[in-house]
Design a protein around this ligand. Structure first.
Ligand code: ZN
Ligand code: ZN
Length: 286
């Protein structure tokens, strides 16, 4: 089956979540790296992360760049960010308004998100100087998309509101992912809520509170059964989903290790509806 044949339309339900990339950092013949779309009223409104391969998946999904209201970046590992320049290069001329984009504060292991964007797109020092117009919204006399960055302090104990417009409210909270500043996001819209856990160890009880009673929760797997200093084990993923009491669990960030035993470990704790993520898969939330 071709990849295009795998694409599922996400325009049918009032609110849906689509996996653009269900893989992690490793090379994977079937999975792009991490990325998700939230569809509201038939439009792809929010993009969460954009790892390698997902700009192509974005095109396959049928999402329209001018419909996008928010890009939410969880952390600066390349499997979550590396297609960002590709996305802007593809879409910059399709709109001339402001686009909100959020990401984490920095520490000694990573720059804060606005510094990261400047290092990519600054007109003088940026790696992609050709994309500098997205920082001002003007290319010569022509309007292009203008980024409106927001840096979220990962050290704050309580959630931060990063977006509140058009009936969509998005909050973020810092989560433990080794030394790298990392955010989970929660979006509330159309009477439902979806939580994107990103990479984390699952050891911050505040996250369980943050994800409480979400209609859908997307959680990431480690590359082994034991977990790691960066990632929760499948057993911990199951416990977090159970303790948060979520309506539907979607597993993603899937590597090459045998998946069935990992899913069985998750199911030992979480007995609700569970979906194993696949690229371009769409899950209606309402
Ligand atoms: Zn990752
Ligand atoms: Zn990571």
């Amino acid at each position: 089956m071709s990849s295009a044949a795998l694409a599922q339309s996400c325009t049918g339900a009032p609110v849906s979540v689509q996996v653009l990339g269900s893989g992690g950092p490793g090379h994977n013949a079937a999975r792009a790296s991490a990325s998700y779309l939230l569809w509201v009223g038939g439009q792809a409104k929010m993009l969460v992360d954009i790892g390698g391969g997902t700009n192509y998946r974005y095109a396959q999904s049928g999402a329209k760049f001018p419909d996008l209201s928010l890009i939410a970046i969880s952390h600066l590992h390349p499997d979550h960010t590396s297609d960002l320049p590709a996305l802007f290069w593809s879409g910059r001329q399709s709109r001339g308004d402001t686009l909100a984009i959020a990401g984490p504060s920095g520490n000694q292991t990573a720059p804060d998100f606005s510094v990261f964007l400047n290092r990519l797109f600054d007109p003088k020092d940026g790696a992609f100087q050709v994309l500098a117009p997205i920082m001002t919204g003007m290319q010569g006399n022509e309007r292009v998309v203008r980024l409106d960055p927001k840096v979220v302090d990962v050290t704050r104990a309580e959630p931060t509101t990063v977006f509140d417009q058009g009936g969509m409210v998005v909050t973020a909270i810092g989560i433990p992912h080794g030394p790298l500043p990392t955010l989970a996001y929660r979006v509330q819209t159309g009477g439902v809520s979806v939580v994107f856990s990103s990479d984390q160890t699952g050891t911050n009880p505040k996250f369980v509170e943050f994800a409480k009673n979400a209609n859908a929760l997307i959680m990431h797997l480690a590359t082994n059964m034991e977990g790691s200093p960066l990632h929760a084990s499948p057993a911990v993923v199951g416990r977090v989903a159970r303790d948060a009491g979520v309506g539907h669990l979607i597993l993603s960030h899937i590597g090459q290790f045998p998946l069935d035993p990992a899913v069985a470990e998750v199911k030992a704790a979480f007995t609700g509806p569970l979906t194993v993520g696949a690229d371009l898969q769409c899950t209606p939330v309402r």
